[in-house]
Write a protein that binds this ligand. Structure first.
Ligand SMILES: NC(=O)c1ccc[n+]([C@@H]2O[C@H](COP(=O)([O-])OP(=O)(O)OC[C@H]3O[C@@H](n4cnc5c(N)ncnc54)[C@H](OP(=O)(O)O)[C@@H]3O)[C@@H](O)[C@H]2O)c1
Length: 357
């Protein structure tokens, strides 16, 4: 990537949340060329301080004016904030990469997984959406099958960690485990039931069709990202008492046959995908091992004999990193590398920010 490009002013909106904190860490880890880092949150956290690379930064309130002079704004503050403030940021010349559900299915907004559909970034007009974490980790492996043998139908069941809900849920699981061990009642406030030692088939709200919105996000976002508007996909999303990293059991009917061996090779060829598949040695992806890394891990690849051309496998990834923050920063890197930092209609000036150097 063209690291010689001039440093950018980067805002992190939701900087005090679990995804926002991970974004700050990843910007630093990946040496993204940040000139000024502007940390923003609600009025509740304004004035608190955060230490970044040995520097103490003060969190500001996310107001429209806070985006003056910002080149890239990484949002992870929920859909309402994104719907209200992203247009204010773009009006002031910033490009927003948003982690919430606020903009993902807007036809005028690209929805991008960095190694799957980066070319969609070319036509952004100031807002780019980051997919839902459970969709995110599925996309690189489904892309491999789409490109090699075609996909007819997908069934995916998720085992999602509590960090996907945010900081309150991490605290709730911790408190419930301690309460259970002490013989006390597990108090549930974030989830409708105790999450410790349990599995809850309810993530986000229920829709009229009986699916939850989380499940339906996997359906609609996958179709958009893979450019397969008619893809048949069904999902059951389950919250499990895991702190970080989501796991998924995936069953795919392919258009042409593919052996498990060929599928492993196709998966391994995708950047950022690691095949871990030696069941006899108990080697397969697990949440604990994926946590803290940026890869999507796939294993337990086998033929599904219940349909004519069936393939089953298990996919695990860190929902805070690749599932959210890493992908957002990878999108920013891609924009910089390709000269697409500015909205397409503002990209005319050669040599401006985001122009290839
Ligand atoms: N966790 C995941 O795995 C994951 C994955 C993909 C996408 N996402 C999405 O990322 C977003 C944040 O998730 P999270 O897990 O980081 O949640 P979180 O830990 O609860 O953090 C929420 C953040 O949003 C800020 N915020 C809340 N209301 C605000 C307002 N009115 N104006 C400005 N900032 C406000 C909070 O600031 P205060 O400290 O001021 O309250 C906090 O920094 C959500 O949209 C979520 O759907 C999460």
């Amino acid at each position: 990537m063209s690291r010689e490009a001039q440093p950018l002013t980067v805002a992190v909106v939701g900087a005090t949340g679990v995804v926002g904190k991970t974004m700050i860490k990843i910007l630093s880890e990946r040496k993204f060329p940040v000139g000024e880092l502007r940390l923003l949150a609600s009025g509740r956290s304004a004035g608190t301080t955060v230490t970044v690379d040995g520097r103490t930064l003060t969190v500001g309130e996310a107001t429209p004016e806070a985006f003056e002079g910002v080149d890239i704004a990484l949002f992870s503050a929920g859909g309402d904030v994104a719907v209200r403030l992203a247009p204010e940021a773009t009006k002031r010349g910033a490009t927003v990469i948003d982690n919430s559900n606020g903009w993902r299915m807007d036809p005028a907004v690209p929805l991008i997984v960095s190694q799957v559909n980066p070319d969609d970034g070319e036509w952004h007009e100031g807002i780019i959406a980051n997919p839902n974490c459970s969709t995110m980790q599925l996309m690189p492996v489904l892309m491999a099958l789409r490109n090699s043998v075609g996909i007819e139908r997908v069934v995916v069941d998720t085992y999602q960690s509590v960090s996907g809900t945010g900081a309150n849920a991490l605290a709730e699981l911790d408190a419930q485990i301690r309460a259970y061990v002490a013989g006390d009642e597990r108090v549930a406030s974030v989830y409708p039931h105790a999450i410790a030692f349990n599995a809850l088939p309810e993530i986000d709200v229920f829709l009229e069709n009986g699916y939850t919105r989380e499940e339906w996000k996997v359906v609609t976002e996958s179709r958009k990202i893979l450019h397969l508007p008619d893809l048949r996909l069904s999902c059951t999303a389950v919250r499990v008492p895991v702190f970080v990293s989501h796991s998924e059991a995936v069953h795919v009917e392919t258009t042409r046959p593919i052996s498990p061996q060929e599928a492993r090779a196709a998966f391994a060829a995708v950047p950022g995908v690691v095949v871990m598949d030696d069941p006899s040695a108990h080697v397969y992806p697990i949440a604990e091992q994926a946590t803290g890394s940026d890869e999507v891990y796939v294993g337990r690849v086998r033929t599904d004999p219940s349909v004519e051309r069936g393939l089953a496998f298990w996919v695990v990834s860190d929902n805070l990193r690749k599932g959210a923050a890493t992908n957002a920063v990878q999108i920013a890197e891609m924009l910089l590398e390709r000269g697409w930092v500015k909205a397409r209609s503002r990209r005319a000036v050669p040599g401006g920010i985001g122009e290839p150097t």
